[in-house]
Ligand binder design. Structure first.
Ligand SMILES: O=C(O)CCC(=O)C(=O)O
Length: 296
């Protein structure tokens, strides 16, 4: 972004932190009434999971789910499912800090709500979002909205500082995309991972190349994290990436603010295309089952 551009919410220190370390946490950014509306929507989705025998296009179920005792792991694409999630994605609560980092023109790449319920909520193995959806440039990030207080014990998102400046790691297993990396085969030391904690209503922002993951929630407190993946409008997904777009018109219809463009901006970054896809299609949780070495 032009250095002269006036920022909306972030200080120089926060922008520098994001650029150098590849993540940022902003405490208490989302108002309580919005959080309450989200929690009511979540309760609806948990009820919808009752009676289901398998995950479907909307809901992803824990392995231990039973129709009479619903265990929801993820709401897929909440932006498409509910105006509560749509309105929040388009609000300045979310967009103002992203504009400060990526500029005024922003497109939604995807959305998801990871439930990680108390006692059993599933882990997400270490990965880079960039391994799933490389773009023509890496001005792409994920905003995580903390629906519950997030602390060490309930499986917060963890990141490796400055890993966004490093390589794209191998996320394949037996030649097939497995959606996670083998930390032991990388130069990363688990001791260096940082937990992104904060009270409910805080948001995290992590760069698309930042290595991140999270452990099982064995605590007695839920840990729900709503994620919006947001790209600069001139970052275009590369062929073979896991991109949710139907066609070009639909791609352009995902603009959140500013102007769409037909001119992708190219900037060199290491890329590895997530192909061939795994035999089991589905959420990251399903794809990562193919892994041989697990960290969590
Ligand atoms: O919910 C989490 O802790 C991990 C989120 C994530 O990285 C993902 O779903 O891709």
């Amino acid at each position: 972004m032009d250095a002269e551009t006036r920022r909306e919410v972030l200080s120089d220190t926060q922008v520098r932190h994001y650029r150098e370390r590849g993540y940022l946490v902003l405490e208490r950014r989302i108002p309580e009434d919005v959080l309450q509306a989200i929690r009511r929507e979540i309760a609806r989705f948990v009820e919808e999971a009752r009676g289901l025998t398998a995950s479907n296009a909307r809901l992803d179920l824990e392995d231990s789910h039973r129709p009479e005792a619903p265990r929801l792991r993820r709401v897929k694409a909440p932006y498409q499912l509910s105006s509560v999630f749509r309105d929040l994605a388009r609000s300045d609560w979310v967009l103002a800090p992203v504009r400060d980092l990526l500029g005024p023109n922003l497109r939604l790449h995807g959305s998801k709500l990871n439930m990680k319920a108390a006692g059993y909520g599933a882990a997400v193995e270490w990965h880079q979002d960039w391994a799933f959806y490389p773009h023509s440039n890496d001005d792409v990030l994920a905003v995580g909205v903390m629906i519950d207080d997030m602390a060490a014990e309930n499986g917060p998102l963890m990141v490796f500082p400055a890993s966004h400046e490093g390589p794209v790691h191998d996320h394949h297993s037996d030649g097939v995309f497995a959606g996670a990396m083998d930390l032991g085969a990388s130069a990363l030391d688990p001791q260096d991972a940082v937990m992104l904690t904060g009270p409910a209503g805080s948001i995290s922002l992590h760069h698309v190349r930042t290595v991140h993951g999270s452990a099982v929630n064995r605590s007695d407190r839920d840990r729900r994290l709503l994620l919006y993946e947001i790209a600069a409008a001139d970052a275009f997904p590369l062929v073979g990436s896991t991109s949710p777009y139907e066609d070009f018109a639909e791609f352009q219809s995902r603009m959140l603010c500013g102007q769409a463009t037909q001119e992708p901006r190219l900037r060199a970054a290491p890329v590895r295309i997530p192909q061939p896809p795994p035999a089991t299609q589905g959420s990251i949780y399903e794809i990562q089952k193919a892994l041989k070495a697990r960290s969590f």
